[in-house]
Design a protein around this ligand. Structure first.
Ligand code: HEM
Length: 469
């Protein structure tokens, strides 16, 4: 990997050596420390310097990039010379070829197809629908009831996506069936990222369960797409957009399989993430009554008793800071990968074609070099105008560059609307006897989160149907 390159007259110095992380075993690579504690292991890599080598696949190096400036270079400056790498190949086992797994010109085409549903005017239109879904989520809650908050947030996020981007064209039943199998598949994808590829081929129950759940998930979406194609209705939503789109390479309409891949991608990318962020935010509010009280004061001042609307979203700076802090401390991404398609310069390093690269938002956002007291949940760190500007690449909740999250605006609106609506009416308390820890599979989520619901003393009428009788 170390080389001296001559370009014209400029001599590019030989690359500095890249240290290899401890814990490697032949045949297993770094699977053991990863399976034991993947978040702890990835965070420990910081001590090796800007770049460090691990092996997710024995005999194949992955270079983990720890330095924010180099992560920025990776995502933005040299993005054109990169493919998406191992994480997305494993996601592709579920998603097929979609915007999230594609690179280059194919990616640009696929992204353009989806973009119209995520523009600002569309998101503005979605907010009332999102609020209605949050309100519907609470209607069955009873005072003192213990809720599985993580499950509840996954269901609500799927309902919000279904009501907005898909304008209800994918029936509730399809999303229900999807939810049943999605966690098996997402756990399987997460395990496959960390384990050597040969383990996937063994006749193990976990592998059978993965394949069965993956096939069920795809069959569910396929059926929904086929029904809509037969019905031939233009609902103006994402599904209609995809049914009308043509494949620029073949000039033909997209196949049911291509459409299925894009829908699944949105269902996975748009619900696992937001559900985790919402769960963690509710967890932190339960642990910090002072922060909860400041949100209540802000909601009372800005909204009084009325429901939140799109125009209010920019008027809730403290709630926004709470969400930003949740995206920092509890980020859902733990291994975003890329692969060089040609020799690529990353800072002082000249990387040959075929180099696997990765970075970890979860570890990056907890780096004490950029965030003082990184493990403290402190929304105020986003409110001080005199604070030091963050280095480029140090805070990447939605990534950067051409693969930056297409749903960032949607997600911010969704999380703000949901938190404003839920917390106006209910206070959630942590149920006793739980040890809540982050679990990193395909995304990072709380291990489980049981919370008891208590109606607010002055719950607004629009949101308190469950408490009024
Ligand atoms: C808090 C919630 C969310 C977080 C933290 C998040 C985070 C991210 C990040 C970091 C990326 C970049 C991955 C990379 O560099 O390869 C990404 C990409 C993506 N996200 Fe999100 N996301 C969220 C919500 C959503 C939502 C609501 C949707 C859609 C409904 C969505 C759809 C996508 C898609 C399609 C991509 C791939 C974009 C591309 O490669 O062009 N995400 N997301």
């Amino acid at each position: 990997m170390v080389s001296s390159t001559v370009k014209g007259t400029a001599v590019i110095p030989a690359s500095p050596p890249i240290p290899k992380a401890a814990g490697y075993l032949p045949l297993l690579g770094h699977a053991v420390p990863l399976m034991r504690d993947n978040l702890g292991f990835i965070a420990s890599l910081r001590s090796y310097g800007p770049l460090v080598e691990i092996q997710l696949q024995p005999g194949q190096s992955t270079i983990v990039v720890n330095d924010p400036a180099l992560i920025h270079t990776l995502l933005v400056d040299v993005a054109a010379t990169l493919d998406k790498g191992r994480f997305f190949e494993k996601m592709g086992q579920l998603l097929g070829d979609s915007v999230v797994t594609a690179a280059g010109a194919v990616h640009v085409r696929k992204r353009r197809q989806l973009q119209p549903a995520f523009r600002r005017p569309e998101v503005a239109r979605y907010v009332d629908l999102m609020r209605d879904q949050a309100t519907a989520t609470m209607t069955a809650w009873q005072p003192g009831q213990t809720l599985d908050v993580r499950e509840t947030m996954v269901k609500m996020s799927l309902d919000m996506l279904s009501a907005t981007v898909f304008s209800g064209s994918i029936k509730e039943q399809a999303f229900y069936e999807l939810r049943q199998n999605l966690s098996v598949v997402m756990n399987g994808v997460g395990a496959r990222i960390m384990m050597p590829d040969w383990i996937e081929k063994l006749p193990l129950p976990a592998n059978w369960r993965f394949t069965a759940a993956r096939d069920a998930v795809r069959a569910t979406i396929h059926t929904a797409v086929d029904e809509l194609r037969t019905a031939d209705q233009d609902t103006g939503d994402m599904l209609s957009l995809l049914l009308q789109a043509t494949d620029e390479e073949t000039g033909r309409p997209l196949t049911a399989d291509q459409i299925c891949s894009e829908i699944l991608t949105l269902a996975v990318a748009g619900t696992e993430t937001t559900a985790s962020v919402l769960s963690w935010a509710l967890y932190e509010l339960a642990r910090h009554p002072d922060i909860d009280a400041r949100i209540q004061a802000e909601l009372a001042t800005v909204l009084g008793d009325r429901p939140v609307t799109f125009n209010d979203l920019g008027q809730l700076p403290y709630l926004r800071a709470v969400i930003t802090e949740t995206l920092r401390l509890h980020h859902t991404g733990w291994l975003v990968t890329r692969r060089t398609l040609q020799p690529t310069r990353l800072g002082a390093w000249e990387l040959p074609a075929g180099t696997e690269l990765a970075y970890c938002q979860h570890a990056l956002h907890r780096d004490p070099a950029h965030f003082p007291d990184p493990l403290v949940f402190n929304p105020d760190r986003w409110l001080h105008e005199d604070q030091q500007p963050l280095s480029e690449g140090a805070f990447l909740p939605f990534g950067a560059g051409k693969h930056k999250c297409i749903g960032d605006r949607f997600a911010q609106a969704e999380i703000t609307t949901a938190l404003a609506t839920l917390t106006q009416a209910w206070r959630l308390e942590l149920a006793p006897g739980q040890r809540i820890r982050p679990v990193a599979r395909a995304t990072v989520r709380p291990s489980s989160l049981q919370m008891t619901a208590h109606p607010r003393a002055h719950a607004p009428l629009h949101a308190s149907s469950a408490t009024s009788d």
